[in-house]
Design a protein around this ligand. Sequence first.
Ligand code: FNR
Length: 185
Amino acid sequence: MFAERDVVVLVGSLRKASINLKLAKVLQAIAPAGLRLDILPIGDLPLYNQDLDTETPPSTWVAFRDRVHRSDAVLFVTPEYNRSLPAALKNAVEVGSRPYGKSVWENKPGAVTGASPGLLGGSAAALHLRQVLVNVNVAVLPQPEVYLSGADKLIDEAGSFSNDGTKAFLGTFLSAFGAWIEKLA
Ligand code: FNR
């Protein structure tokens, strides 16, 4: 049970059948009372280009920046692409980090998780993302680190993560994140 907190969730995969999107939805469903998880799409953000960052930037950038700015915390749920984070997610970080001095990430509590069909669960992507988030001053939950390996095999016929072990594991992560947000509030 936590004080009411508005958490924006950014999913690093853009595909409809994304395992990570499924993971984000399970996290949304099992979040402890008080933690409200809202998945914010990032696929329609134009690639960051400083020439576009004028008095009238793209409307999708404005809406994205505003939504993240209003949130209490940010949860990143990402696959690993070529041992790093997907470009779409890095682009979202860039968009939120500018204009200079107006970054929406500043002092935001955050957490990183993800899933991969591979053996390492996308941990290299998460570690790269953590490194990036240090630069934009997101205070990332240090532990527990939760990366789901062999994630395709954890999905049931209904297309979700329903087994008790995985849900309990994810619940531990969310409780720690909730406590982290309270600590930094
Ligand atoms: C991958 N995949 C992958 N997996 C991994 O564990 N480490 C990696 O470095 C990569 N690299 C990689 C690059 C690219 C361009 C793609 C498309 C995929 C496999 C990846 O984990 C798998 O496709 C996941 O299902 C992608 O996540 P979503 O879309 O299911 O959320």
